[in-house]
Design a protein around this ligand. Structure first.
Ligand code: GLN
Length: 489
């Protein structure tokens, strides 16, 4: 059962081969067995999940199910879920029980999916390894001495170890795609504005976007159908007609289903700096795409080299503003001892935030301050515009851009923790996509020294259905996405 696609699970539920209570129980049991090692889940509440599963079974009995009714889904602990502890990986929200549901959670509830638990993450989604979580690091199911990537590392580890059929994540600079790559999964960040950010704890509001983490592109398409949609409670949510993101997957394209698709290969992605074995796997995947009928075009994204620098001005600037609300007054942690109001604020924030979050708040406050705003923040915004223009030019020459997702496979726990710049470079191939607001997807393309490598596909605005189809065609002729780490049979 745990190897079935979401669509097959839905069929098994509809055909009474298994009930949602049994399916949920199966995953809860796997979580109980494996989570002590992996630390992928921060909160599990078996009784509440099983109660939802019973409701789903009643809905199935009435024949009123959707494509996800009765299927357990794990959610990154950045999404507020009513009456569930929602920590965002921080001590600051260690005791915060949300009084309301995020839009994403609401949509899964309305579809009848079962909330399986809340997953571990880097504190306030700041990180690439899950090591900044106040609740301890997550381990990679492929090698428990390695990181799962971040910041959606708990979601990625949970799905890779088959502790959940699928999960949600968020991606500000790569946090869905990079953990998907490091854990052998398929993960998508949609076009900015496609999924509502309402109830998703804000890190850098102009970059944050939710998305699915699953075993295949087809599963991602099903999840996106539930997650996407206009929401008036998010002022950046896009009011567009609903789409069926699975619509291109079913058609039989013959032996060359990607004939007519032009794949852009940016020089900058292939210029060195990437692990050689990972690069070989990416090259092999490109060769596979040629067999599927796609043409390749070499092109350039000349300003991409500035993306990490621009991101580490813009993201901290927005974070310093967003995180001002954690002041010990309204919710969350408050320092136990203080003499006056100022001391209450400063002790609360000194004690409640971890080192990486403080570093970002300091950088952000600095780049926004009088006298530095023009030198840093305004300059970074200009670079952001140039990067978006590079992509616009590239998409006049191609339909999809392809390259590596991450410059390496999963690294060892502790390996980069002491060196923030090395950690920041983990997102060198993913960050430009967020700056431009484009959709991006990572899919597994093989193994280097026993660890999964990711292939990144980037599309033009609103090309999610096409991107998912391009990923799906590759998955129809390869088996990398079906591999499972041995220890989690
Ligand atoms: N690793 C990047 C950072 O630390 C991106 C994180 C994310 O996408 N949430 O900011």
């Amino acid at each position: 059962m745990i190897e079935r696609s979401l669509h097959e699970m839905a069929q098994a539920l509809a055909g009474k081969e298994i009930s949602s209570v049994e399916l949920t129980g199966l995953y809860l049991e796997r979580i109980a067995r494996h989570n002590p090692l992996l630390n992928a889940f921060l909160t599990v509440d078996a009784e509440r999940s099983l109660a939802q599963a019973r409701q789903a079974d009643e809905r199935l009995a009435r024949g009123e199910q959707t494509a996800l009714t009765g299927i357990p889904i794990a959610h990154k602990d950045i999404f507020c879920a009513r009456d569930w502890r929602t920590t965002c990986g921080s001590k600051m929200l260690g005791n915060f029980v949300s009084p309301y549901d995020a839009s994403v959670i609401e949509r899964f509830q309305a579809a009848g999916a079962v909330l399986l638990g809340k997953t571990n993450m880097d504190e306030f989604a700041m990180g690439s390894s899950n090591e900044t979580s106040f609740y301890g690091p997550v381990r990679n199911p492929w090698d428990s001495t390695c990181v799962p990537g971040g910041s959606s590392g708990g979601s990625a580890a949970a799905v890779a170890a088959r502790l959940s059929p699928a999960a949600t994540g968020t991606d500000t600079g790569g946090s869905i795609r990079q953990p998907a790559a490091l854990c052998g999964l398929s993960g998508m960040k949609p076009t900015y504005g496609v999924i509502s950010r309402y109830g998703m704890i804000a890190f850098a509001s102009s970059l944050d976007q939710a998305g699915p983490l699953a075993r295949s592109a087809a599963d991602c398409a099903l999840l996106l159908n539930t997650m996407a949609g206009f929401d008036e409670r998010d002022s950046t949510s896009l009011d567009r007609p609903p789409e069926d993101y699975t619509r291109e997957l079913a058609s039989d394209g013959g032996t060359q289903p990607l004939r007519g698709i032009r794949i852009g290969l940016p020089e900058e992605f292939f210029a060195g700096g990437c692990d050689q074995e990972v690069m070989q796997l990416v090259e092999q995947a490109i060769a596979e795409y040629r067999k599927l009928g796609a043409e390749t075009v070499v092109l350039s994204l000349p300003n991409m080299r500035l993306s990490v620098a621009a991101y580490y001005v813009i993201a901290p600037a927005e974070a310093s503003s967003n995180l001002a609300r954690f002041d010990g007054v309204r919710y969350g942690y408050r320092a136990p001892e203080y003499d006056d109001l100022n001391e209450m604020y400063s002790r609360t924030r000194a004690q409640g935030f971890g080192a990486e979050v403080k570093r970002r708040i300091l950088i952000g406050t600095y780049v926004l301050s009088h006298g530095y705003y023009d030198a840093y923040y305004r300059q970074a915004q200009r670079i952001r515009r140039l990067i978006a223009q590079d992509f616009a030019a590239a998409f006049r020459q191609c339909d999809v851009i392809v390259g590596p997702t991450s410059p390496s496979t999963a690294f060892k726990l502790g390996e980069k923790a002491a060196d923030p710049v090395q950690m920041y470079l983990s997102d060198i191939y993913t960050i430009a996509v967020n700056l431009a607001g484009l959709p991006g997807l990572s899919i597994p393309c093989g193994f280097a020294r026993g660890l999964p490598a990711g292939l990144q596909l980037i599309g033009n605005y609103f090309s999610e259905a096409k991107l998912l189809n391009v990923a799906h065609r590759y998955q129809q002729v390869t088996h990398w996405h079906q591999a499972r780490p041995d220890a989690f049979a």
